[in-house]
Design a protein around this ligand. Structure first.
Ligand code: DX5
Ligand code: ZN
Length: 215
């Protein structure tokens, strides 16, 4: 299976975002992963709409926005107008996943739903035929640099089987603790879009690290 790499700029040098995005693109990352944290849904605050606007002016890669915020529907239009290509929200944060997906689709963007490590993938069943991507978190959302939760591999396998049995080719994304070892495990389980932050941005040779992730 072809793997897509989404570079999480949460671990980039934020004073030099343009340079860091260029570095990730040159190294072979197809997506730039943009983590939005509100300090309520997760215990951390990152960056939001004005930064996304600036990033969209310089990024050529697909802008993969991961909303870790409560009440996501409130901000869909603004993120869509600020340059997001894919907007992923959390199942746990949405009052109605169907309504949030509709809001994303009506802005002409791709919709992703994400589940935290504790949330079973069976909850996604009603949305499978509409969603464009599913993000299985492999750490508790909120911080970069955490260790991969191996228990989540079974969830990826279960989700892959759910999709296969419906003849759906919806890509599964994984996020958290991805490195050359865990990337292999996650893709063997069925993931095809791999988010990596600290592994890539702390690497002395990003191009080599990207090729190890894609192996
Ligand atoms: C965590 C974020 C991730 C984070 C991943 O809540 O959603 O995208 O940047 O960082 P690493 O790859 O360092 O685990
Ligand atoms: Zn993320």
């Amino acid at each position: 299976m072809k793997k897509i790499i989404s570079a999480s700029i949460l671990s980039a040098d934020l004073c030099n975002l343009e340079r860091e995005i260029g570095r990730a693109e040159k190294a072979g990352c197809e997506y730039i992963h943009f983590d939005v944290m509100d300090g309520v849904f997760v215990n951390n605050i990152s960056y939001g709409i004005p930064v996304l606007k600036s990033v969209s002016k310089v990024a050529r890669a697909v802008l993969d926005v991961h909303l870790m915020i409560i009440d996501p529907i409130k901000y869909i239009k603004q993120f869509a107008e600020s340059g997001a290509d894919i907007i992923t929200f959390h199942y746990e944060a949405a009052e109605s996943c169907a309504d949030v997906m509709d809001a994303i689709h009506s802005c002409g963007k791709k919709a992703g739903i994400s589940v935290k490590p504790e949330t079973p993938v069976s909850v996604l069943e009603p949305y499978l035929d509409k969603v464009d991507m599913i993000l299985v978190m492999t750490v508790e959302p909120g911080f970069g640099g955490q260790g991969f939760i191996y228990d989540c591999l079974d969830k990826i396998k279960e989700l892959k089987a759910m999709l296969d049995s419906r003849n759906l080719h919806t890509p599964i994304q994984v996020d958290g603790g991805i490195n050359d070892v865990t990337a292999m495990r996650a893709s063997d389980a069925g993931a095809e879009i791999l988010v990596a932050g600290s592994y890539l941005f702390n690497s002395p040779d990003m191009e080599k690290s990207v090729s190890l992730l894609k192996k």
